[in-house]
Design a protein around this ligand. Structure first.
Ligand SMILES: [Zn+2]
Length: 608
């Protein structure tokens, strides 16, 4: 009998534990946020909103409205003096927060009313264009109807409403993907730099996993970020200057947006909505003037904090991006003085700017090269000051512990390490080895260092896996990053390249294969004409380079002659990539028009 009791207990206890586990799992997975697509949608009438450009994706019938630097997902309601109503039944029960963003453009005085089960919640009468947010606490029963009614003449653009549960800050799941554009890894103390350019990033790294060999898939902003968000190599997504991402290519933010409120504050230009970066984002704001402002990071993090204060979503994803560390290097003087007490130069642009890259390989006096380094370090320091303030804000508001915070860069910057300046032009580590530091929720993997090579293409698959959001794992180039942390991922080949995405026509194709701390670089030949493009001659042409990164991290000694069999083995891979790159150049994809403002911004950054 006794034996039987023990036997029963041995079944009952695990069963109870299993039940408890299941109930907590189910509870955790319960929908805490619901986004409601407004129906019916009406044809957009641009005679009423000429300044709003609409974008529309066939894949999921999603409408985006863009005005200046803001793109929002939503619906369009055309008013013609009769009452227009949009109703929706969220099929939810319990206490919810409702958040509803509207932009109203009245021709005559227009009144907007919001009802819950026929009771008026909000009313606003407007005679001039206005953006407003309705926020309400609601007790919902299943089958309750919410109605937005408008009367007047004009139009309303409504961002899809969100219903969400108010939960305590420490339970809010936030993801922050933070990108300091143009930040090479070896300029951070975390990665061995002798100057402490980023004390806050360094202390953040102690709570995080540091990836010592993280690589960007392209050495410049547009293709690199597109690889990040599509988990595809640049010759596979094919997005380059003058094109927009094709509808048929999966953009991870769209899947993420089913579960998280997705928001971005960014420096625009090559991460702006015109290339398709807005896809999936509920709110996508490019900050005007970010690229020139000495205080770009301050503006960025203050906007993010304001947004977090106003929108206490239980699940939110933020992509926060700035060109603070990009040329022109013009840090606030107080931070420049950290590195040089009496600086002779307080602002410099990369030599490529203003010369349309003809001065890509110009030799400069040592004094100027040193000034560049001080200015660049001070820009990093400036970013770090505001990054630190943002981290302290998250801690103070109990948002830190449960947050996933990914700190990265899209590529590095050259200061004549290999006889060149700026970025785009090579695949040496000063351009493609980037910082990647990930803080997981609740100290998971805290303090680990990862030596395996990973790419920016591995970030989105990791986010999706971690938060259990389904995605197509087969048709991507990236892999979940977590097995690399746990040391049980297969050793793999990683590619960084300059093929379909290149933007200086005089630069030949380049492809780098990175594996087991070695790198092979293939360089396509210059023609007489392309070689003559540069004011100072580029380094002598070599078709293959081989570097042992463990022995020679600065890639100074090309040992290709010793590694001929290994190089030979990769020739067909390189040929396939070149063919894809060429194909993408011929198939221009969907073209985008660069407006005057964009052309000016590109010129100032040295891209034109
Ligand atoms: Zn960039």
């Amino acid at each position: 009998m006794k034996k039987r009791i023990i036997c029963l207990a041995s079944i009952a206890v695990p069963a109870l534990l299993l039940l408890f586990f299941l109930s907590t799992t189910i509870f955790k997975d319960k929908i805490e946020i619901k986004k409601i697509a407004l129906q019916p949608l009406q044809p957009y009438d641009d005679s009423l909103f000429p300044e709003y450009k609409t974008k529309h994706y066939d894949i999921n019938q999603t409408h985006y409205f863009e005005r200046e630097a803001l793109t929002m997902k939503g619906s369009f309601l055309l008013l013609d003096d009769t009452i227009k109503k949009v109703s929706f039944q969220p099929k939810l029960k319990g206490d919810y927060q409702l958040q509803f963003e509207l932009t109203v453009k009245p021709v005559t005085k227009t009144t907007i009313k919001l009802y819950h089960k026929g009771s008026l919640l909000s009313e606003k009468s407007l005679s001039e264009e206005h953006s407003l947010v309705f926020r309400h606490e609601l007790r919902l029963s299943k089958g309750d109807t919410l109605t937005l009614a408008a009367r007047g003449k004009g139009a309303v653009i409504a961002a899809n409403p969100n219903l969400f549960k108010k939960i305590s800050p420490e339970n809010r799941a936030s993801i922050f993907l933070i990108c300091a554009d143009t930040l090479r890894a070896d300029r951070l103390q975390t990665y061995g730099y002798t100057r402490n350019t980023a004390p806050n990033i360094d202390s953040f790294s102690k709570d995080s996993v540091v990836f010592n060999n993280a690589y960007a898939q392209a050495p410049w902003t547009l293709p690199s970020h597109m690889s990040l968000f599509t988990s595809l190599y640049e010759f596979n997504h094919g997005v380059k200057r003058g094109t927009v991402i094709q509808d048929s290519i999966d953009y991870f933010i769209e899947e993420l947006s089913e579960v998280f409120c997705t928001r971005s504050f960014n420096g625009g230009i090559y991460v702006s909505s015109r290339f398709g970066f807005f896809r999936g984002f509920d709110y996508f704001k490019s900050i005007p003037g970010d690229q020139f402002s000495p205080n770009a990071s301050k503006v960025l993090f203050e906007l993010a904090i304001k947004d977090l204060e106003e929108n206490p979503f239980p699940k939110s994803f933020y992509f926060l991006h700035t060109y603070q560390t990009h040329s022109p290097y013009n840090p606030p003087l107080e931070y420049l003085k950290v590195f040089n007490e009496s600086p002779r130069y307080t602002r410099l642009s990369a030599p490529t700017v203003g010369s349309n890259h003809r001065d890509q390989y110009k030799k400069m006096p040592q004094e100027i090269t040193d000034a560049y380094l001080d200015l660049y370090d001070a820009e990093i320091y400036t970013f770090d000051v505001w990054f630190g303030k943002f981290i302290r804000y998250l801690k103070k508001k109990d948002l830190y512990e449960n947050a996933m915070i990914i700190f990265m860069s899209d590529h590095g910057e050259e200061f004549f390490d290999h006889s060149g300046w700026g970025h785009v032009h090579s695949l040496y580590n000063e351009l493609i080895r980037v910082p990647l530091i990930i803080k997981f929720p609740h100290k998971l993997h805290e303090g680990k260092q990862v030596e395996a090579e990973v790419g920016l293409i591995d970030i989105m698959p990791m986010i999706m896996k971690y938060y259990k959001i389904p995605f197509d794992e087969k048709n991507i180039d990236g892999k979940d990053i977590i097995p690399f942390i746990e040391n049980n991922a297969e050793n793999r080949i990683l590619i960084s390249s300059l093929t379909s995405g290149f933007y200086i026509p005089a630069l030949p194709f380049k492809i780098a294969r990175i594996k087991s701390n070695t790198k092979i670089i293939y360089n396509a030949p210059y023609t007489e004409k392309t070689f003559a493009f540069f004011n100072s001659p580029p380094p002598p042409y070599i078709s293959y380079e081989f570097y042992d990164l463990g022995e020679d991290p600065k890639e100074m000694l090309n040992i290709a002659h010793e590694r001929k069999p290994e190089i030979k083995k990769h020739k067909s891979l390189f040929n396939q990539i070149i063919q894809k790159g060429e194909l993408n150049i011929r198939n221009k994809g969907k073209e985008v028009v660069l407006d005057k403002e964009m052309i000016e911004a590109l010129k100032a950054l040295g891209y034109l």
